[in-house]
Ligand binder design. Sequence first.
Ligand SMILES: [Zn+2]
Length: 354
Amino acid sequence: MSGPVDVDALVAEARVAIAAADTTEDFRHVAAVVSGKKSALVEASRALGSMDPDARKELGRQLHEARATVDGLLEARRTAIRYAELSAEMAASRLDLTEYVPGEAAGPVARGHLHLVSQTRDALEDVFVGMGFEVAEGPEIESDWYNFGALNIPPAHPARGMWDTFYLHLGEPESTLLRTHTSPVQIHLMERAVLDGTLPIHSVMPGRCYRRDTPDARHLAVFHQIEGLVVDRGITFADLAGTIETFTAAYFGPDIHSRLRPAYFPFTEPSAEFEVTCTICKGEGCRTCSQTGWIELGGCGMVDPAVFASVGIDADEWTGFAFGFGIDRCAQMRHQIADMRALIENDIRFLRQF
Ligand SMILES: [Zn+2]
């Protein structure tokens, strides 16, 4: 006992009451009881006035310490209760992402698919790989020499004109341009094969090409080609014709055939355009094929000795053929697409049909 009030007992009671408070509401009630205006501690302080100075000083010191202790206990308990309540609130409002399935309400999520041009390129590659060709690629930015000069296209050739070609740099030391065909890849392949001593060549070269064409139903300024190149000993025009016919049946189906018509290209001699049976009328004759039953697909021919000379291949030992056609045109013919511009308009209603 320490004077008329048992301060230690008051603190002990307060400690038990504070520890028992679980909620903010409980806490407010307990705080009023142990340290409010009507609490035992405050009541005890009021008694100080009627005490003699020594006893007052001693009790005052004890009450001061007791208040500090109780205030500390209250503060710690308030923090603990607030933390527990916040945690409970967060737990209650947390989104369980493991139970959330995106798009579930809208049904299964659709996966996209390759663009028709990519599908066509893949299908064409598959056909040629099945025939023993390798697939080669090259840069889309070329020098004048690789795009024109090495392919026997002389400086005065109209294909070099500003109206046909996207030049990036004109003039010295050499013009650079967006390739107008995939043929420069043939030059790269032949140069490498000569350097590495890896002739013969049996390759196809698919890729993007650029020409200053105003887009219309059958032309795009950015389009895709696939070319083929065979360089070997004893290759003849019959090998070329057989390759074109085998490809035509493999890609378009057994009802579709090919034929060659004499033509001129700077990089092949002799040269031919190749046509395939009209896929719409199957050769009967219709508006699309101008009643001929045939549709032109691409060009081909035997590699010109001048091209072999520009890459250092001996034309007396090696012969070869090359062919090329448009991948977009192929897709257009096989799927009977009226206007090629649909391929680049990104209209999902068109694209999802394929
Ligand atoms: Zn037709």
